[in-house]
Design a protein around this ligand. Structure first.
Ligand SMILES: [Zn+2]
Length: 249
């Protein structure tokens, strides 16, 4: 059992929250009951996830995508009101960590996604050092890398092949990090893996010869939150469960 503020303080330090410029507040986004026994982790604080956490008897939830983002107009109406109302009614604490959860060198989305794919970074790159890059390892070609993703995630990646070169270095960044493709190329990547693709990346892959793999925003970000929550649960002797609410995006 732990007081919510002890969990908040522990995670602020563990995830080096103060180092990041982010699109939303990292940490305790919504205050619930003071004492936490049962922690439920997930990718996004969607209504379906919140309902599943209530069902599981959560005192606190820990997610990658919380409820509050820069650019929101500040009104608590509609879907946002529904999510907040449910959490307040059940006095559930909401802990949310965005970029700090991507970046943690061992427990973060990038590190854990790399582990699932059999990739280990020896360097970071790009804005706030969010990108990971390391040796290609077993995957000698873009097609082999795509096969590795397919087998690890049970999901077909979208592959824009580069120039067919042998892979020496692979870069990756989970979620919607297609905008970091050029930084990955500059860092020496022969292939770049992320969650999503936008129109320009297909041309960049063809014109630079660096392969691009879009493997799903949700699919690539399923690994950080449970790893961090498991660490918190060990530290404070909490019950922990990860609940995955599948998302095709
Ligand atoms: Zn994300």
């Amino acid at each position: 059992m732990a007081h919510r503020s002890d969990i908040d303080n522990y995670l602020r330090e563990l995830l080096a929250v103060d180092r990041f410029r982010d699109y939303g507040p990292n940490g305790l986004q919504l205050e619930g009951k003071a004492e936490v026994r049962r922690l439920v982790s997930g990718v996004t604080a969607s209504l379906a996830f919140i309902d599943a956490a209530i069902e599981a008897g959560a005192d606190a939830i820990l997610v990658h995508h919380g409820l509050f983002w820069r650019g929101q107009d500040g009104r608590l109406v509609g879907w946002l009101k529904a999510r907040v109302a449910r959490l307040i009614a059940h006095e559930i604490n909401l802990f949310a960590y965005h970029l700090p959860l991507d970046a943690h060198p061992l427990l973060g989305n990038n590190a854990q996604f790399g582990r699932v794919l059999g990739l280990q970074a020896d360097q970071t790159f790009g804005d706030q050092d969010l990108g990971f890059i390391g040796p290609a390892g077993a995957a000698g070609s873009a097609a082999a890398l795509a096969a590795q993703v397919r087998a690890s995630l049970q999901r077909e990646p979208l592959l824009v092949p580069g120039d067919g070169r042998a892979l020496r270095r692979v870069a990756w960044c989970t979620g919607g990090a297609q905008g970091h493709f050029e930084e990955a190329i500059a860092a020496g990547a022969d292939a770049y893996i992320t969650g999503e693709i936008s129109e320009p990346q297909a041309h960049l892959a063809r014109e630079t010869g660096v392969a691009f793999l879009a493997c799903g925003h949700h699919a690539t970000e399923r690994f950080g939150a449970p790893a961090v929550a498991a660490d918190v649960a060990r530290r404070f002797d909490l019950e922990h469960r990860f609940i995955d609410v599948p998302n095709p995006a």
